[in-house]
Design a protein around this ligand. Structure first.
Ligand code: TYM
Length: 321
């Protein structure tokens, strides 16, 4: 069983990325013998236009992904752009991509609604993502809910291509656990780099404290009984704490006499505890950039072998042999 996922280097990674995708990736590497995880730098070019910012982000995502606990011995970890075969496959898939399918993509419409220019790259983003997944004959793709439609498009394109040119691609499935499908941000909307509502993974203690203390709550007084399920502090706490810790906080809110300030301090404590191993590993990789470079180079070499095999089959299927 092959597991594959990608993360864009379009800014600093946050708790939503960690809980929505990275934590599952680390758990799955223990069960599956075959994991392909990559830094989606071609995709990031749709929103990042400063070359140095892109370089810094690529390095940051490499450090973060490895620090989340990826085992480089088990996982093929690479940069998307180190395997340019994906671009050719993207073209081959584009010949079976209906325009109307892309016009309906939520993430495209959402980006336009947030003032982004309607470029060709932004529009065809899902085709490149389908190529990422199909190039490596992936079985399972762990992602957050915001990627669900992209997976549906991927499956559609695989089916269309296979039907038209013969069986070339495996049909992938998404892996989107309900509990972490959409991690809320500090303002209650989906946590997202582009909404400015994130809790950064590799932030300084001051930045993390500021983000957590800034979580938006209502103005109910300390003594009031509160419904835990409707407040942002509890919603985020529940995703990080143990079930017992979460039950205890929920009970305190329901009983009254427990304020949001105390809950935020408890969230900060658990955040620091859960992410302590992440921070330790990150300090190691920050001090050893050569190790990171070697892991990515060896990952790219392995990924390329797989990529060439599938691309060869797709080229033969369409008559480009
Ligand atoms: P990206 O870089 O936006 O996000 C990386 C992963 O984090 C998940 N995520 C969340 N999950 C739950 N709650 C949130 N608030 C939250 N915010 C982000 C995303 O769902 C994603 O799993 N298009 C992809 C990158 C990509 C890719 C691929 C993924 C390119 N090619 C092939 C899988 C397979 C993206 O923009 O993710």
């Amino acid at each position: 069983m092959r597991i594959l996922t990608g993360i864009q280097p379009s800014g600093r990674l946050h708790l939503g990325n960690y809980l929505g995708a990275m934590r599952q990736c680390v758990e799955l590497q223990k069960k599956a013998d075959d994991c392909f995880y990559f830094i989606a730098d071609y995709h990031a070019l749709t929103t990042v236009s400063d070359p140095q910012a892109l370089r810094d982000s690529i390095h940051g995502v490499a450090l973060d992904f490895l620090s989340a606990g990826l085992d480089p011995e088990k996982v093929v970890f690479f940069r998307q752009s180190d395997v340019p075969e994906v671009q050719e496959l993207s073209w081959l898939l584009s010949i079976v991509t209906p325009m109307a399918r892309l016009e309906l993509a939520h993430s495209y419409k959402d980006k336009l609604a947030h003032g982004k220019e309607a470029t060709h790259a932004l529009f065809t983003y899902p085709v490149l993502m389908a190529a990422d997944i199909l190039l490596y004959q992936s079985d399972l793709v762990p992602v957050g809910k915001d990627q669900k439609q992209h997976l549906e498009i991927t499956r559609d394109l695989a089916a269309k291509f296979n039907q038209k040119f013969g069986e070339v691609f495996k049909m992938p499935d998404g892996y989107i656990p309900d509990s972490v499908a959409t991690v809320p941000g500090t303002d209650g909307q989906k946590m997202s780099k582009s909404y400015g509502n994130t809790i950064p993974l590799a932030g300084t203690p001051k930045e993390i404290k500021k983000a957590i203390m800034g979580i938006v709550t209502d103005s109910a007084p300390v003594e009031a009984k509160k419904d835990p399920e409707t407040n942002n502090v509890y919603k985020i706490y529940k995703l990080l704490a143990t079930p017992e810790q979460a039950a205890e906080m929920a009970e305190r809110f329901r009983a009254g006499g427990y304020g949001y300030g105390d809950a935020k301090k408890e969230l900060l404590r658990v955040y620091e505890e859960v992410l302590a191993p992440f921070r330790e590993r990150r300090a190691h990789f920050e001090a050893h950039p050569d190790e990171v470079r070697d892991i990515l180079a060896s990952g790219a070499a392995k990924a390329r072998v797989e990529a060439r095999r599938t691309l060869g089959a797709a080229r033969r299927a369409v008559g480009l042999d």
